[in-house]
Design a protein around this ligand. Structure first.
Ligand code: TTP
Ligand code: MN
Ligand code: MN
Ligand code: MN
Length: 358
């Protein structure tokens, strides 16, 4: 069984990227689900640091190769401190976690959870709407102060809530492939995000597109978006950013965990067979940044965060979607051409995309 065929040295590490993590954990599943409720509620309250400590513990539990049987056993796992340890103790005796049950039953959590799923709405806007007394998406739509993107997000809410099967995604990929290659037949199109990690159902489709010729790659976003508008597939641009093709100083200034500077368009895209509006995130990468862009956009977010931390703290390198850099003065780029090469240079055992689900 490849899923837990891992070096025991790597099991108890704070770096999720050293630990293959499957989509569906084999052990401790209901414990993980309850802790995820607490984590999500911390996130919705803007308690990011607290949420992060839950995420570390959850990731460790997802990769843990046994059902936990005692508090002492739980506390041996890196990332499980006294607080989360106590929740695990509660779980071992009652089969649930009282705080998670309270959260799930609270009207505030239920409402914030819905509002925060609207495209472009973070916890701050969700909380603002909740404080105004809104209880439903319909009530939010009557708010007089909506931004253009919030209105769009609310209008698209029903469609965007519908998950895509892998077959739905394949239909969209087929269309993108035909249209993009009709512009330039040498384009390289790679699905990334949750789909590449093997998720059965996805809320969106993320795609990295590149072309071997720099000049063509530079203008690719504009060309693709125009064509998708002409064909009627692209209904709305949710987010559109083209960045100046500048010096490498730009690349170096993009910090970990913030939006990169790759050209991108987040699209509301009509799926022909269902007429449902789907979110398709198109990312354009120059050929020289292709492998780091694919790695960076495959996720999970927690996997990326740990990979970047590992590069920085253990290897004195900076990894972004734009490239891999040595942190010497002046910074030096390490040229890489594949994901495997990046893992090799960082000295991390290869992790299949399906095992990056921390
Ligand atoms: P998402 O599509 O947001 O996440 P996902 O595909 O992992 O999960 P979901 O099923 O909710 O769609 O982003 C895909 C990956 O791209 C994510 O794991 C991290 C990366 N990413 C960035 O690097 N920068 C960004 O601004 C965003 C939105 C994502
Ligand atoms: Mn996605
Ligand atoms: Mn996305
Ligand atoms: Mn997670």
């Amino acid at each position: 069984d490849i899923e837990f065929d891992l070096d025991p040295r790597f099991l108890n590490t704070k770096y999720e990227c050293l630990r293959p993590t499957p989509l569906k954990p084999k052990y401790n599943q209901s414990l993980v689900e309850l802790l995820e409720v607490i984590e999500h509620s911390r996130e919705l309250n803007g308690e990011e640091r607290n949420a992060l400590s839950y995420r570390h513990a959850i990731a460790a539990l997802k990769a843990y190769p046994h059902n936990i049987k005692s508090y002492a056993e739980a506390r041996k796992i890196i990332g499980v401190g006294p607080k989360i340890g106590n929740h695990i103790k509660e779980f071992l005796t009652t089969d649930t976690i009282p705080e998670a049950e309270e959260i799930l039953a609270s009207e505030k959590y239920q409402t914030l959870d819905i509002f925060s799923r609207v495209y472009g709405v973070g916890y701050k806007t969700a909380l603002k709407w909740y404080r105004k007394g809104y209880k439903s998406i319909r009530e939010c739509m009557r708010d007089p102060y909506l931004t253009h993107i919030q209105r769009l997000g609310l209008e698209l809410f029903n469609d965007f809530q519908k998950k895509m099967s892998r077959q739905d995604i394949q239909e969209l990929l087929g269309i993108l492939d035909t249209i993009i290659k009709s512009i330039y037949s040498d384009c390289i199109i790679t699905p990334v995000g949750g789909y590449r990690r093997g998720k059965e159902f996805n809320g969106d489709l993320d795609v990295v597109v590149s072309h071997p010729q720099e000049e063509i790659a530079n203008n690719l976003l504009k060309d693709i978006v125009e064509k998708l508008m002409d064909t009627g597939h692209l209904k709305h641009k949710l987010f559109y950013a083209r960045n100046k093709k500048d010096t490498s100083s730009e690349l170096l200034s993009s910090h970990r965990n913030v939006m990169d500077k790759l050209d991108k368009c987040f699209c509301a895209f009509i799926q022909p067979s269902t007429q449902i509006c789907r979110q398709v995130d198109l990312i354009i990468a120059p050929y020289s940044q292709y492998s780091t862009a694919v790695l960076g956009w495959t996720g999970s977010k927690q996997f990326e965060r740990s990979l970047r931390n590992y590069a920085k703290k253990e290897r004195n390198m900076t990894l972004t979607s734009h490239g891999l850099f040595l942190n010497v003065i002046p910074k030096r780029q390490v040229h890489v051409t594949s994901e495997r090469e990046i893992f090799n240079i960082l000295g991390i055992p290869w992790v299949e995309p399906e095992m990056r689900n921390c």
